[in-house]
Ligand binder design. Sequence first.
Ligand code: C2E
Ligand code: MG
Ligand code: MG
Ligand code: MG
Length: 288
Amino acid sequence: CAKEDGRGTFRVFEAQMGAQLRDRRQLEHDLRLALVNEELTLVYQPQVDLDTDTVTGFETLVRWTHPERGPIPPSRFIPIAEETGLILQLGEWVMRRACIEAASWNRPLLIAVNVSAVQLHASNFVEFVQDILLETGLDAERLEIEITETAMIRNMSRAIANLRQIKALGVKVAMDDFGTGYSSLSNLRAFPFDRIKVDQSFIRAVHTNDQSAAIVRAVLGLGKGLNLPILAEGVEKPEELEFLRNEICDSAQGYWFGKPQPIAAYEDIVRGNSATLIPFDAKIRRVS
Ligand code: C2E
Ligand code: MG
Ligand code: MG
Ligand code: MG
């Protein structure tokens, strides 16, 4: 009968919950090991200035190849790392590796590093960034930290105080995934970001979706009004790029220009051996 069905369903539900919890604990345990066993790597994705069609920097993104399970996406393990506090160790590893890498390049390109709320609120965060810069010899102006709006929300005054000190070092600060958080506009007023990255959900099919188009136009207008450069995330199609050029977007990033890859794939760009242009269709120019 219905009652028994319900109970049966609940047992299945309980069993699934148990399995999920075990899986999570296992991943947490494995992530601790991953940090010492060098299972983490960094990949780099080019950021392109749409005025000059040149690569101006790279965003670094962490990758984890589990010895048995293979690649595990950041969307799976970053939240676990944040909840367990492991993100502090992981974040330090990422920041150090990225700065060492960028300091070795022949060209003074920007290196953008994602920083989570937990790191931003840590009392030693500013000191840590300062130490890494000293240790690696990277110019502070070449480092940009990317933070999401949720990173600001938890403790606004602490976050803003830390960000101000970070900026005082010369480090740049970008707002990531703009438009997906809770109080975008007040955050823009509360803190002087160096640029904003419009979330890829608005860029996706911007050329066919009137609502996305209106939103992206409005954000670009906001950028102009506030004198704040805008980067479009997740550009995959030439039509999306064409739209962005027509609307005078400052810069872009996405599979169209280059996927996140080990730095060896971008060797020519960071060594300065080749033209700064990467192989994408430069014929698609701004129509003015
Ligand atoms: P994010 O910082 O917004 O990074 C952009 C994400 O979009 C990356 O996913 C990237 O691979 C993906 N992407 C870039 N271009 C395209 C495109 O044209 N199309 C599509 N469909 N996707 C594109 P990924 O590497 O899986 O990272 C997901 C998120 O995980 C990141 O979002 C960031 O919030 C977080 N994350 C990654 N690495 C780190 C890290 O080192 N530290 C912290 N705290 N978070 C990280
Ligand atoms: Mg990012
Ligand atoms: Mg983003
Ligand atoms: Mg420009």
